[in-house]
Design a protein around this ligand. Structure first.
Ligand code: PMP
Length: 344
């Protein structure tokens, strides 16, 4: 996608080919080499640029989208931003149904990109008419010449990563990758990347990160959706209260669950130790790596790739705000604060 001279006809040509960056400090005490796939380098600052571009391109090629049509989606924010960006460039109207758990920053960003945004309650059942799934479905049925992306149940979400993220990681590690660690929301990133990587080397272990309050890990282990696993949590974009068909559960070897507080502190630590300003789920992914290391998943020969899905700027009013951290009761002794204040 990148021109040889790094000159592009539009921002969408900048999507993909994100860097792989070694972690030099924060994983020093662990066995193995750790690299992050730095998805914040996409023009929309997240991995979701890849699926937005791929799905819209495909719909155009199949004649399902024509200039002036409307693109509708449910989104925790990042997919919405990527779709809104792609719609600006391609000339579509963009309508997004967003959960009220999404940060204010993210919702403002969607509007900045020209999208029409409907904010829906996060803590209602998916079949509730107020849920963002139902709102998006209703808007789709009421809007002529619209397509509904439906990322949780769209296999193109997996294909986008199978065709881009997976091959990039394989090439960037020169086939040395032994473990892939990725957060699972829709499951598209982990499933698509894993599918490509396992085709190259079936020995590569695929390790998924889930949130406490989500059903994904238990469903992976039992194939039963246990509603007792569901309760409100703060990490955005990770875990789910339903079973997404965009997750290929069979290709994932193991899940680990992370907490809101530990993931938030880990994101802060990544900035201070590696100089990387990344989002909440990047903290979750690395917190998961620490737990997996305790479970003896890695050894001296491990060559681990961790996907860092988005940029830190989207979380200034959340994990990078001391006031927000305090309001959540997230405290840690001797924690250096972003503002220099003590949280405790
Ligand atoms: N992190 C963030 C910040 C996200 O927005 C998402 C997408 N919901 C994910 C991780 C998980 O990616 P996927 O949906 O491909 O599983």
């Amino acid at each position: 996608m990148h021109g040889e001279m790094n000159v592009h006809d539009n921002v969408l040509e900048m999507i993909g080919c994100t860097p792989l960056v070694r972690l030099n400090n924060i994983t020093k005490h662990l066995k193995g080499d750790f690299f992050v796939k730095y998805e914040a380098q996409n023009p929309g600052h997240s991995a979701k640029d890849r699926i937005a571009l791929y799905i819209l391109d495909k719909a155009e090629k199949e004649g399902r989208l024509k200039p002036g049509d409307t693109v509708i989606e449910t989104t925790s924010g990042n997919t919405g931003f990527s779709l809104a960006m792609a719609c600006v460039v391609k000339g579509y109207k963009c309508i997004l149904a967003v959960s009220d758990k999404s940060s204010k920053d993210k919702i403002s960003l969607l509007k900045t990109m020209g999208a029409e945004v409907y904010v829906c309650p996060a803590n209602v059942a998916p079949e509730d008419p107020r849920s963002y799934y139902e709102v998006a479905k209703r808007l789709h049925s009421e809007t002529p010449n619209s397509i509904y992306i439906n990322q949780y149940f769209n296999s193109l979400n997996i294909d986008a990563h199978y065709l881009s993220t997976g091959p990039e990681i394989w090439k960037q590690t020169q086939g040395k990758i032994t473990h892939l660690v990725a957060c699972s929301g829709t499951g598209g990133t982990i499933s698509g990347s894993a599918r490509y990587l396992k085709e190259q080397n079936p020995e590569i272990k695929i390790l998924g990160i889930d949130a406490y309050g989500s059903i994904i890990k238990k469903f992976h282990e039992t194939k039963v959706l246990d509603k007792n696993e569901i309760y409100p949590y703060k990490i955005e974009g990770l875990g789910k209260n339903l079973v997404p068909t965009a997750t290929d559960f069979d290709i994932i070897d193991k899940f680990t669950k992370v907490t809101d507080a530990e993931s938030a502190f880990m994101a802060r630590d990544i900035a201070k130790t590696e100089g990387m300003f990344v989002g909440y789920t990047s903290g979750a992914a690395l917190q998961g790596v620490m737990q997996l290391a305790e479970q003896k998943e890695f050894d001296e020969n491990s060559h681990v790739v961790i996907i860092f899905p988005d940029h830190g700027s989207r979380y200034m009013s959340k994990i990078y705000s001391d006031a927000w951290m305090k309001s959540q009761g997230f405290m840690r002794e001797n924690q250096d604060q972003v503002s220099g204040d003590k949280l405790t």
